[in-house]
Design a protein around this ligand. Structure first.
Ligand code: ATP
Length: 918
């Protein structure tokens, strides 16, 4: 029989679990053995072989394979028809060497993909979900994958139901099961058996894996885990694909594609030039330019770019996670760089969420409380009349009964459990010599109406003797609205002046940056107490008092706010707290500059049309008494202004606002599982400062990517240009150099692209931030990575470098050097020119702006590239394969230092005349 048809006692018995203690260690092991882990079958990962072979489908590799085919053909032709074994061998070596490079490239790509996958999996793992479960007599938080059948789980608002459960206790429990039933509204749950056969959506005593708790609390017994759950049965249909490619990756992909087309055009062009120069269409005329064509095909594509890009993005994400900002998709790295608004909660993010009641007003009297923190040591002192007997017992009792927190003494230290606002009241109670346990001896707890940030209240219903009472606590303005009288000197008082005094007190507390919380009660009938609806219960309250609670601001936040403001990122506080508290804290943290700054309240937003809200969002930095749905409206209006918005949230109702934001930010510790699920960024330490660091990381990674793209493309332009110049203008043999000799051999070009240029480019991806990166404006999200002088910088620098390589080649020929020597001169001019240029490329301005040793990886990479490129000119094996030749010392010195000139001269002019285009 299905579990929903059984009485809860039957289900409990079936799993042999004690509902007071939960499963014990042996039972857990046994259940796990029986039903396995609580995991859905993993998405099939691509096999290693498939990953390896994937790189052969890359467009670049296809071009290179084409080059191999051409080289083989050329070799065959030379041996077979021209009897030119020198040429034949050269072409053969070329073909083999390119093939080897393709294989090395495939291994590199494979290695990169696997390590990227590992980083991503590690990130995913950090993003695991947790559940509260009763085991061995204690409630504990465990990874949701560790749940077993028979476990007793506790689900509260904001939790996911992580397995299929049969509810055995519910307290106003409401659950959203839209992923299974399509029904978007919350469903109330109960514990009674359902006798008739029903559809999933009507099984109101069951909870299903993947649903979220939108209200109340429940205790359930796990009846199915992993693939045996209802979700597991349909999991294959809805497995989410998270691996979206980022806009940057798309841009680069498009760029490579375009460059391939350009490359095909250039190759066709060289063949035509060859034919024209030879004056006839013959195999000989084609082979005369074939080596140049192959070199050109290789030169025009930035081979290493896509691989470097994806690895830099993933490693960037891993680095952010190390700094406590966990991002969930690579897209966010880019978006972070253009974030222009950070809307943050107050409590816990900007403040410490360590609450202490320092003042309260009750029964018409003011009190001050000493002692900060959760140690219940301190005195309550009357401010109204020091002589008078304390008369705060009704207020303290309300605050303790309407309270789910606890304070336990563990090894001489007080350890708080529960919500900090409630802990503050528990501590206050103890300072007054009262505890909830004492009160429960005379009060029987009947119902709890949990706190929600929409209502901003929480109530309990208790039975005292034959009387039923509702105790309520919540935002004072809300409670005042719901009240009919105040308790003043033990009497009910309905005078307007007393009400005004109460309101003034609340405002005064709030002006001092204190969080305010009012307490009240109401007498109920038995029927109301047992069956009354929430809306009918929380009304006609008698106010007993209000507490002023200090929640100290986090010290480091002020500096972070300033850094973000300097980076032209607006910081906005959106809080559920009182207007004056919000303003005072915002002022203390530098979010607003005036003590009278404008604050918009939730009710005002409610009355505004979207157009009205649009008109004020850009000039408002503090919103108070806001409900979660207001957050979403604020995000949307800011986005209409073209702003890129990061929005924090911790409660379950914040999820839509987080999804609407460009960067939804959830708290890793205090946040609910549902908010974490809808977020793009999870703050593992809940700290606002982490947002600032993540924004800075995002900007740095983007700038680095931009730098290496620029550097790589400059090389390509230089290579293509030097080869084309050779083809067009080196039409008469000079000295020992035949006019068909290309400026660079294909293998030299490959060496540059894959070694001497790629290695430093890769190091550019790891560069530290340029010192003023947080003084700049956020990047325009619509702007391509190639915009803003990127192209002009690439073209101008590349053209000058290309000219230089060609001139070096002609100069070498005129000096009487051999073909190989002249090509080696050209090759080294290019390599060393680019190794100088890389120091310029790493700055958004010029190389003079940055310490060249600031990135040790880059220095190492440059030294490696410089030395290895020198070695390939003196090691005979490479001489044969690559067509290099040893040079004399003076020539080595010339090719090492002369190519530095363009970089230094252009950068110098740029510094002096503030030119931007190169
Ligand atoms: P933020 O949105 O910045 O985190 P917040 O935590 O103050 O701010 P809410 O949690 O929505 O926002 O609280 C709003 C108000 O509700 C508080 O100012 C307080 O008066 C009241 N409140 C908070 N927690 C409780 C609670 N557990 N029981 C009753 N009332 C509460």
């Amino acid at each position: 029989m299905e579990f929903y048809k059984k009485a809860k006692e039957e289900v409990i018995e079936e799993f042999l679990v004690d509902t007071k203690t939960g499963l014990n260690h042996e039972q857990i092991l046994k259940q796990r053995e029986l039903h396995g882990e609580n995991k859905l079958p993993d998405e099939e990962e691509e096999s290693y072989l498939a990953t390896f072979l994937k790189s052969f489908k890359e467009p670049i590799v296809i071009v290179l394979l084409g080059a191999v085919a051409l080289s083989f053909a050329s070799s065959y032709y030379a041996f077979q028809f021209q009897n030119d074994s020198k040429h034949g061998m050269e072409a053969l070596y070329e073909a083999i060497a390119i093939l080897i490079l393709i294989i090395i490239n495939a291994f590199l790509g494979f290695y990169q993909e696997i390590s990227a996958r590992k980083s991503l999996n590690a990130l995913k793992e950090m993003n695991n979900r947790y559940v509260t479960v009763l085991r061995n007599g204690q409630f504990e938080k465990i990874l949701s994958t560790e749940l077993v059948t028979g476990d007793i789980v506790k689900a509260s608002i904001g939790d996911f139901v992580e397995a299929d459960v049969r509810w055995i206790e519910t307290n106003e429990l409401q659950v959203i099961e839209s992923h299974l039933t399509g029904e978007a509204d919350a469903i109330s749950k109960h514990t009674d058996a359902i006798l008739e056969t029903t559809e999933l959506g009507d099984r109101h005593n069951m909870g299903f894996s993947g649903s979220s708790v939108s209200g109340g609390q429940g205790l359930g017994i796990v009846v199915a885990v992993g693939e045996h759950t209802e979700l597991g049965k349909i999991a294959k249909l809805i497995q989410a694909v998270e691996n979206r490619t980022s806009p940057l990756q798309n841009t680069v992909h498009k760029l490579t594609k375009t460059l391939m087309q350009v490359s095909a055009g250039i190759v066709a062009f060289t063949l035509v030039v060859g034919i024209i120069q030879a004056g006839e269409l013959s195999i000989a005329s084609i082979t005369s330019v074939l080596s140049t064509s192959i070199a050109l095909a290789v030169a025009s594509i930035p081979d290493a770019l896509p691989a470097v890009l994806s690895i830099v993005l993933t490693i960037g994400a891993a680095k952010m996670a190390k700094n406590k900002g966990l991002i969930k998709s690579l897209n966010s790295v880019e978006t972070l760089g253009s974030t222009s608004y950070i809307c943050s909660d107050k409590t816990g993010t900007l403040t410490k969420n360590e609450m202490t009641v320092t003042h309260f007003y009750t029964n018409g009297h003011y009190y001050e409380v000493s002692g900060l923190g959760y140690t219940p040591e301190g005195e309550i002192r009357s401010l109204s009349d020091a002589e008078q007997e304390p008369s705060y017992s009704a207020f303290i009792a309300g605050g303790l009964l309407c309270n789910e927190s606890a304070l336990k003494e563990v090894e001489g230290k007080f350890v708080p459990f529960g919500n900090p606002t409630e802990i503050a009241l528990t501590v206050l109670g103890q300072k007054a010599g009262r505890t909830k346990t004492q009160l429960l001896e005379s009060h029987e707890l009947i119902r709890t109406l949990p706190f929600t940030s929409d209502r901003k209240t929480m109530s309990v219903i208790v039975k005292k003797g034959d009387n039923y009472l509702l105790y309520i606590k919540g935002a004072p303005d809300v409670l005042v609205e719901k009240s009919r009288a105040l308790l003043i000197d033990g009497e009910l008082n309905t005078e307007e002046s007393e009400k005004q005094k109460f309101i003034t007190t609340v405002n005064d507390y709030a002006n001092e940056a204190l969080r305010t919380l009012a307490v009240g009660y109401r007498i109920l009938s038995k029927e109301e107490a047992e069956q009354g609806q929430l809306e009918d219960l929380e009304k006609d309250i008698i106010l007993t008092g209000v507490a002023g609670i200090i929640d100290p601001a986090r010290e480091e936040v002020k500096a972070s706010v300033k850094t973000l403001q300097d980076a032209s990122v607006e910081v906005v506080m959106i809080t559920g707290d009182h207007e004056n508290t919000a303003r005072a804290i915002a002022y203390n943290l530098g979010i607003v500059k005036s003590k009278e700054a404008k604050v918009i309240k939730g009710i005002e937003i409610e009355e505004m049309t979207d157009e009205e809200l649009y008109a004020v969002v850009k000039t408002t930095n503090v919103y108070a008494r806001v409900s979660p749905e207001h957050k979403q409206r604020i995000v949307k209006q800011l986005q209409k202004h073209g702003e890129v918005v990061g929005m924090t949230g911790d409660g379950v109702n914040d999820a839509p606002a987080l999804r609407a934001a460009d960067i939804g930010i959830a708290m890793g510790i205090a946040g609910t599982e549902v908010t974490k699920d809808s977020a793009d960024l999870i703050l593992l330490d809940d700290k606002f400062t982490t947002i600032e660091k993540t924004v800075e990381n995002g900007r740095t990674i983007y700038a680095n990517i931009k730098n290496f793209i620029r550097h790589e493309l400059t090389t390509n332009v230089a290579e293509v240009l030097s080869l084309i110049l050779g083809l067009l203008f080196f039409t008469v043999s000079i000295g020992n150099v035949d006019y068909t000799t290309p400026t660079l051999t294909a293998l030299m070009v490959l060496w540059v692209n894959m070694v001497s240029d790629a290695v430093p480019s890769f190091a550019l991806g790891y560069d530290v931030a340029e010192s003023d990166i947080m003084n700049e404006k956020p990047r325009d999200p619509k702007e391509s990575v190639l915009a803003n002088y990127t192209w002009s910088r690439v073209l101008i620098r590349g053209t000058i470098m290309g000219l230089m390589v060609f001139v070096a080649f002609v100069w070498a020929a005129k000096q009487g050097m051999s073909s190989n020597e002249a090509q080696t001169v050209a090759f080294l001019t290019l390599v060393y020119g680019q190794l100088w240029h890389v120091f310029d490329a790493r700055s958004s301005q010029t190389l003079f702006r940055r310490n060249p040793f600031g990135n040790p990886r880059l220095v190492l990479a440059v030294v490696f590239a410089g030395i290895s490129s020198f070695l390939v000119t003196i090691i005979p094996f490479f001489n044969v394969v690559m067509g290099t030749a040893p040079l004399s010392l003076p020539v080595y010195l010339l090719v090492l230092f002369v190519p530095a000139l363009p970089t230094f001269i252009l950068s110098g002019i740029k510094e002096i005349f503030k030119v931007k285009i190169w």
